[in-house]
Design a protein around this ligand. Structure first.
Ligand code: ATP
Ligand code: MG
Length: 411
């Protein structure tokens, strides 16, 4: 910011960082806004890359950090050719530059439209953002319906901020969200994938999930999951997903990492199972049934949220390793243990076991197996000895059973 100022430009911190600093929280990143246009920004900084088509802006690299530097957006009236709307009113391109007074109206929520001026260390507020911030309210700037139509992703942002900040949505904002939720389906799937990562990997996944469902937004992001959830109201599907989201939030709270593929595997697992079972009912063998089901579910899902190939590959691995946990004799367990995806698949097995989808004994066995030394592991995987003596053995068994008077199933 000082560098921009030195070159004669103005520079402000804006958006999430000001909002979060006012709450005494550490901002996730810093967004800078200036009156320099992208080409001018490029000239000021050596380590600068211009990115984006819909919103052209500069990424300034400082070591491993990237600061996003945007140019003030302008009012579009006199430069219509630089702003493109589609027939639903969605902004496809928006590269009209202007002044801070114009820029403020282009921002989504009032609390995201506070500008911190390094010149005099003041916060510039044109839209009563400070009052809303104090009242912990998320209010869209301008007419909520128009603003949601312009960019339906703002509905996801509303949920994300409400959950993360503990703010409530302004009633007007809430009302139009119910009305235009479906418009979210017009957003390119790659952008929805990016947004879903932000929604579910920031430490508030469970609450976010509940709130997205409440506003009818979840079904746009995960249609096959929503179908499963609505069919089985109090069954296991909901539990597995809820547990996965809860675990993921706990991990983040403990400073551990979470992976996108694990969450997506959890989101889609029930859909895969339902389809696979239906196929097996029609006589398809288990392995093929699961593989076909996974293919179907993934190709449906990528219509809503594009999934990178490394993610779908890892999801498939986690799923396809699940039946392998049942093989506990011979060399199979030790081979499974060295599989690069073992850890994730085992965590997934635990989730299933905790929520009634897998035998808890199997999960316990694997916990013990991992702790055991080589000798113990060998013992654990020895097949039970088969009765070899034919008639005499059978007779002995029969006698023993008769003597102790136990039932078949107890033996
Ligand atoms: P965080 O970075 O904590 O997720 P943020 O508010 O900084 O939250 P960014 O996506 O970094 O969110 O965007 C920075 C600022 O740009 C926002 O605060 C907002 O003012 C503006 N902005 C971002 N996306 C939109 C959008 N879809 N519509 C309108 N304004 C937006
Ligand atoms: Mg930000």
């Amino acid at each position: 910011m000082y560098k921009l100022q030195k070159e004669g430009f103005s520079a402000y911190l804006v958006g999430g960082c000001v909002r979060d600093l006012l709450l005494g929280r550490e901002p996730k990143d810093f967004d800078v806004v200036t009156d320099a246009d992208p080409e001018q920004i490029r000239k000021v900084f050596r380590n600068c890359r211009l990115i984006g088509r819909r919103f052209r802006l500069a990424h300034v690299h400082f070591g491993r950090e990237v600061i996003e530097v945007a140019t003030f957006r302008g009012a579009a009236d006199d430069q219509k050719d630089k702003q493109v709307l589609n027939k639903e009113g969605r902004l496809l391109r928006d590269n009209v530059y202007g002044t801070i007074e114009e820029d403020v109206w282009r921002r989504d929520f009032t609390v995201n439209a506070l500008y911190y001026n390094i010149k005099d260390f003041s916060v510039v507020d044109y839209v009563s953002g400070m009052a809303d911030h104090q009242a912990a309210t998320l209010r869209l700037i301008g007419n909520p319906e128009t603003r949601f139509r312009e960019d339906p992703v703002r509905m996801l942002r509303a949920v994300r901020f409400a959950v993360k900040l503990g703010f409530r949505l302004h009633p007007d904002c809430e009302k139009s969200m119910h009305e235009v939720a479906d418009l979210l389906s017009s957003i390119p799937s790659a952008r929805l994938y990016d947004e879903s990562l932000k929604l579910f990997m920031s430490g508030y996944a469970l609450q976010t999930f509940e709130m997205l469902r409440h506003y009818g937004l979840f079904q746009v992001l995960f249609p096959t999951t929503e179908n499963c959830l609505s069919v089985e109201e109090e069954g296991f599907p909901r539990l597995l997903l809820v547990k996965a989201l809860e675990n993921s939030d706990n991990r983040i709270a403990e400073g551990k990492t979470v992976t996108a593929y694990f969450l997506f595997a959890a989101f889609l697992w029930e859909s895969v199972q339902v389809r696979a079972k239906e196929k097996m009912g029609r006589g398809v063998v288990e392995f093929m049934a699961y593989q076909d089901a996974a293919n179907e579910v993934i190709s449906l899902q990528v219509k809503s949220t594009a999934l990178p190939r490394h993610i779908t590959l890892a999801m498939r691995e986690v799923w396809s390793l699940q039946p392998k946990f049942n093989a506990r004799f011979g060399s199979k367990p030790s081979r499974l243990l060295t599989h690069p995806r073992f850890r994730a698949a085992y965590d997934f097995l635990l989730l299933r076991a905790e929520t009634g989808g897998a035998d808890p004994e199997v999960a316990k066995w694997w916990a013990k197996y991992q702790e055991a030394n080589e000798n113990e592991q060998r013992k654990m995987t020895q097949p039970p000895r088969k009765a070899s003596g034919g008639k005499s053995n059978r007779k002995r068994n029969y006698r023993a059973r008769a003597k102790s008077n136990t039932t078949e199933s107890e033996i």
